[in-house]
Design a protein around this ligand. Sequence first.
Ligand code: IPD
Ligand code: CA
Length: 269
Amino acid sequence: MKTVELAVKIAKEAGTELAKQIDNSFNIEQKKSSFDLVTEWDKNTEHFIKESIKQKYPDHEVIGEESISNESNISLTNKLNNKSNIWVIDPIDGTSNYVHGLPGYTISIALLKKGELSLGVVYDPHNDEMFYAEKSRGAFLNNKKINVSNQADLISSIIATGFPSEVSKHRVPVLNQIKQIGTSCHNIRVYGSAALHCAYVAAGRLEAYWEPGLNIWDIAAGALIVKEAGGKVSEMDGEKFSYEFGSFLCTNGRVDNEMIRHFNSITSK
Ligand code: IPD
Ligand code: CA
């Protein structure tokens, strides 16, 4: 079985179980604040994905949101850039949706080789939509090739953002960004999963997605899927996206300049 097929199989199995469990009661805990939740299913799913990868690739490293040690950004970046095979997973991206029994939660699995994204899988169990990409081989949704949209005008674009759990540093700025950009685009969506937003940009459903304060596991898989679908990934000021990123912007490669101008105009106010 090819590595990407294995990642797809694992995501499908994990997601099928999550969809089965969503209406049952389960344990919910707070992490850094009441805006930041983890459920027993985040932990179980992470364990399942890790074990499934390790079974096939015992020498690969696997890092995931719920078991990552508290390392600095710099040491995490060094690790991502230097390891020959390191998997970055988010067992549930969109935990708040999962807690509320809402759709819009995904499983995100990425493999990096010496800092290069090599494969990415984002699975939406609610809609049974499997988005995946391998470097230089294009992006797919349920085995059909996908491409970003051709829309070049922000005023005709539907774009998305997220409301970060860190309130004063990240959520309040997003509210200001919405105020600035909200009347210059067709509309804004907030589905509650960074990985899903990326997948929708790749599939041409959204023209762009931005959010500050994300973590690498939220967007590693999604970033590759967007790039392989012909889109563009950067920081919100247009700078090259690195693993120490402070913000994230992915677009169809046509509306990014206009969005960056809006973001820059807020910073310069
Ligand atoms: C969250 C989701 C959400 C985004 C938050 C993330 P989690 O991830 O991606 O869309 O707005 O910033 O933290 O905590 O559900 O894995
Ligand atoms: Ca998560």
